[in-house]
Design a protein around this ligand. Sequence first.
Ligand code: R5P
Length: 310
Amino acid sequence: MAAAATMQASFVSDRLISFKKSTAGELFGLKTVKFSSEMGGLRRPSQRKNITLASSQATEPLLQNTLKRAVAKRAVELVKPGMVIGLGTGSTASLAIEELGKLIQQGKLKDVVGVGTSYQSRVLARQFGVKTVDLNDVIHIDIAFDGADEVDPSMNILKGGGAAHTMGKVIDTMAKKSVILVDQSKVVFELGQIFPVPVEVLPPAISPVLRQLVALGGVPEIRSALRKDGPVITDFGNMVVDVSFPEGIKDPAALEKRIKLIPGVVENGLVTGVASSVLVATQDGDDITIVELDEFVKSLKSVKEAYSKA
Ligand SMILES: O=C[C@H](O)[C@H](O)[C@H](O)COP(=O)(O)O
C-alpha cells in the first residue's frame, strides 16, 4: 500500500516521473553498472528507485526531451500528401504535431488534415498550422501518432498519464497504421509495474467502479488535479482512477477487457493488439537512433547474453 501511495504521489507530480519508469537495463533484470553505461547511461534499477524528483528535474528530462523530439521527427517522415492523421496527446505526440506543422508550413506536405484526440492536440494543431477536422467528418485515418507511458515487448501499451487515453484509443484503433512514439525509458518487460492503469469513470458511478476494481485485485486511487482542488476531470467531464496491480499484469489483454466490462467505466489505458509500429528513441553515448521495438528488444537480448558470458 505504501508503494502504491508513493507511486501515486509521483504519478500526480505533473508526469515528471520519467525517472521512475523501467529502463532498458531493467527490462531483462540486468543489474550491472556496466550494462547501464554501455546502453547510454541508463540507470541501474537501484538508482532509479532511489532517485529524487529534484535530481530528475536537473538531468533526466533534458535527455528525454531530446529523444522525444528525435522520434517525433522520424515519425512525421511517414506522412504523405493528402493523408488524414490522428494527433495524439502528451509531450511526445505534441512534438509530432509541431514537426508535422513544420513540414506543412514549409510546403513539403499538402492537403494533410489532423484529427485531434484531445483539447491539447487540437490547440497545438492550430498553433502549428495543422488543419483539423472532426472525427465524425472522416471515414478513415491513415496514420495515428501517439505516445505511451509503457510499452512491453509484445506491443501492448499502457496510456493515460495525461488522462487522454479514451479518444486516443478510438483514433489509434481506427487508424490504418497506429504508430506509437516512445523513448527507451518507456519500454518495460511487464506493463503496470511502474505506472498504474488509468481508468476513465463516469462520476456518478465512482463508488461501485472503485469496488469492482478492488475485486479485480487493483489498488485504485482517484487522480487529483494539480492546480485545482479535487479530482482531475477529463475532456469529457469524467474522473480518472489510477489502479495499481500489486500482483502484476500477466495478461494485459484480459485485464483490459475485464476493466472495460465494469459498468460506469468509460475506458481504460491498456491498449492491446492495436499498435502497428512502436518507434523507440534510444541513446548510446552521443548517438541517438530510432529503432522499431523488436529491434530494440533484440539488441537488449544480445547485450544481456554478452554480459552473462563475460
Ligand atoms: O493520456 C495521455 C496519453 O496516453 C499519452 O500519450 C501518454 O501519457 C504518454 O505521454 P508522454 O508522451 O507525455 O510521455
